[in-house]
Ligand binder design. Structure first.
Ligand SMILES: Cc1cc2nc3c(=O)[nH]c(=O)nc-3n(C[C@H](O)[C@H](O)[C@H](O)COP(=O)(O)OP(=O)(O)OC[C@H]3O[C@@H](n4cnc5c(N)ncnc54)[C@H](O)[C@@H]3O)c2cc1C
Length: 385
């Protein structure tokens, strides 16, 4: 161990829970592209998904580093927290910007698992990363918002009761502040499904329960507006730091999974009359992966500490996500190479984790956009867009 681990008790308990859901469980789901309902239920009942919800609303009121420990251990065990991680960061939008009545109504039920808040609707087919160009429009009519438009890549929509939805409530003003005029609605998907919401699953290279959403005059009660109308982009940005740090923790967990597996295999597999791990050509990539994951993990810890202290951490959260996702991807590639042909066999779980960890260089934000942020916001280079 080259680094002292935070929250050892949490890690130990999460490891024990994950041991009940071995590779066999995940492989079967992966084949069917099915949702890990039992795993999410077990995490919810053990209270691990509500660690960030304050105690007054039924959660454990812990800091972000505790949630990072939970997700890292899930991923290190070979499992995938993507089925349920969104609750941790989308809940923050409600907690930080929702009114007291909204928080009293929803947070205790989210903490207990009675209500699932797993869906986060931002991305649209035509706007891509340029969020200010979203077109989904919510028009206020009396005490309702009437929503029309569509979203793409909205994960877990079929397995969530609520969705944090970003939409325009006034048109984009090219001459003004383009991020103004967007609002956040808390959509009760159970009601919306019979009332203008269509969910269409999108099959991808990984088991991610992602979907396309269509809104056709979907009515949302005006009391479900979070915060102030028109100020929604800021609320979403606010939540993104937590999202990036938590996803980075999942990458650290993935990286450690690959390093654990590669180290064990390199010691065990004998070719040319000796363990393949005796060859430096096999050893060094494993050691390099360890160096990269450890360094990225320190960046994740740093970003989480700033977040917990209420300090600005946008750049650090971005850098943590980028270094961690690149470290986990290097480790994934190394692990396949170390296993030779067996790296491609389903029963080793490596090819599945390889596919799963690749996502994090694209979502929730792609590497180029992070580099652009660092270039312009940290280094003061000229803006390119
Ligand atoms: C499996 C999956 C799950 C997802 N889940 C969700 C979800 O739950 N909710 C949600 O809202 N979204 C979700 N997303 C969407 C995800 O956040 C986006 O895919 C991601 O932010 C990239 O946006 P895009 O796909 O529109 O790429 P684009 O914006 O079209 O970009 C395509 C490529 O061009 C590059 N690029 C674009 N502009 C520039 C530029 N100016 N300079 C340099 N490079 C540039 C990008 O880096 C990227 O590599 C998910 C995506 C996937 C694949």
């Amino acid at each position: 161990m080259s680094k002292v681990e935070t929250h050892p008790e949490i890690r130990d308990a999460v490891r024990k829970l994950c041991a009940r859901f071995p590779g066999q469980y995940w492989r079967a789901l992966d084949r069917e592209r099915a949702y890990p309902t039992e795993f999410v239920k077990a995490l919810t009942e053990a209270g691990w998904l509500s660690v960030l919800i304050p105690e007054q609303y039924g959660g454990s009121g812990l800091g972000l580093s505790a949630a990072c420990a939970v997700l890292e251990e899930i991923h290190r065990s070979g499992a995938n927290g993507a089925a349920c991680h969104a609750q941790m960061y989308t809940m923050g939008t409600l907690l930080r910007h929702g009114g007291e009545a909204q928080k009293d109504k929803w947070l205790p039920k989210i903490a207990s698992g009675e209500i699932r808040l797993q869906a986060f609707g931002v991305t649209e087919p035509t706007s891509g990363t340029d969020t200010t160009r979203i077109q989904t429009f919510a028009k206020r009519v009396g005490d309702q918002y009437v929503v029309n438009g569509s979203k793409i890549w909205i994960s877990r929509a079929e397995h969530s009761d609520l969705m944090v939805l970003l939409c325009r409530t006034s048109p984009r003003d090219d001459n003004g502040k383009t991020s103004d005029g967007m609002s956040v609605l808390l959509v009760d998907m159970r009601e919306a499904k019979c009332n203008g919401l269509t969910i269409k699953p999108v099959r991808t290279m990984l088991n991610h329960a992602t979907t396309e959403l269509f809104f056709d005059n979907m009515e949302v009660p005006a009391e479900n507006l979070i915060g102030r109308e028109g100020a929604g982009f800021k609320y979403i940005l606010d939540g993104m730091n937590a999202e990036r740090i938590l996803i980075a923790s999942e990458c650290i967990g993935d990286g450690r999974f690959f390093i654990d597996r590669a180290s064990a295999y390199a010691k065990d597999r004998s070719v040319f009359g000796r363990a393949i791990g005796e060859n430096q050509g096999v050893q060094f990539p494993i050691a390099r992966a360890h160096v990269q994951v450890t360094a990225a993990s320190l960046m994740v810890d740093h970003a989480a500490q700033l977040f917990e202290a209420g300090e600005p951490c946008g750049s650090e959260a971005n850098m943590a996500k980028m270094t961690a996702s690149e470290a986990s991807w290097y480790a994934a590639d190394m692990c396949v190479q170390t296993h030779g042909g067996f790296g491609f066999a389903e029963e080793y779980d490596i090819e599945r984790k390889f596919r799963e960890t690749r996502l994090y260089q694209v979502a929730p934000i792609s590497t180029n956009l992070i580099l652009s942020h660092v270039a312009t916001h940290v280094l003061g280079l000229p803006k390119s867009f």
